[in-house]
Design a protein. Structure first.
Length: 211
């Protein structure tokens, strides 16, 4: 399930800069009009479903997971569809027109997929998922001072948020340091020596390339 739900997480956003580059006249080859995406399944509007702990918290049944998996596969297949276009032969206005058509097509497709997902989930599951999506996005938005001012946070509240972030960063750094120490502790003396030699070679090579 995890493998299936991680196929187009960035599909709806990665293609935008790619097409923007084409509009700038930088593309020279024949390409399919559509987003480029990696080897991960996802569902537009509900990207958190690609996370296993989220699916567990929602208590999805095997039947629901199977249906969502099918929706994700069909979505990925439809993303690959698109006419072949030789961008080098198109005028800027023609490229812009194709871009707008592709943008509208994928917006419509994303809306269709969102509706399909909502039909699979139970009302309480969908409500919980939307709340989780909100909390994730909201927490990120609070990094913007403009947003803090817009929602009316006072100086004390802003200070509390700063302290929370600083503590979180401190804990993350501590976890990272402990993880590094434990990982290296697995190696014996001979392995550590070889690793140190490889590391020195890598660093020396990087310095040489930088000259």
């Amino acid at each position: 399930m995890a493998k299936c739900f991680r196929i187009a997480a960035a599909a709806c956003v990665v293609w935008l800069p790619a097409v923007s580059t084409l509009l700038a006249g930088e593309a020279k080859s024949t390409t399919t009009v559509g987003p480029s995406f990696g080897a991960n399944y996802s569902l537009p509007g509900y990207y958190l479903l690609q996370l296993e702990h989220v699916r567990k918290e929602l208590a999805l049944t095997a039947d629901q997971e199977g249906k969502l998996q099918d929706v994700a596969k069909r979505y990925a297949e439809r993303l690959r569809e698109g006419p072949k276009v030789d961008w080098a032969k198109l005028k800027p206005e023609e490229q812009k027109k194709i871009f707008e058509q592709a943008r509208d097509r994928y917006a419509k497709l994303a809306e269709e997929v969102r509706k399909q997902v909502e039909q699979v989930l139970q009302p309480q599951q969908l409500e919980r998922l939307k709340e989780m999506e909100f909390r994730q996005q909201a927490a990120s938005m609070l990094y913007s001072s403009h947003v803090l001012d817009q929602i009316g946070l006072n100086a004390e509240q802003k200070g509390q948020i700063v302290k929370i972030r600083e503590e979180a960063q401190r804990q993350m750094q501590q976890i990272q340091n402990e993880s590094q120490q434990k990982t290296l502790a697995v190696l014996n003396a001979e392995q550590m020596k070889k690793l140190r030699e490889l590391t020195n070679k890598t660093l020396s090579g990087a310095k040489g390339q930088g000259k």
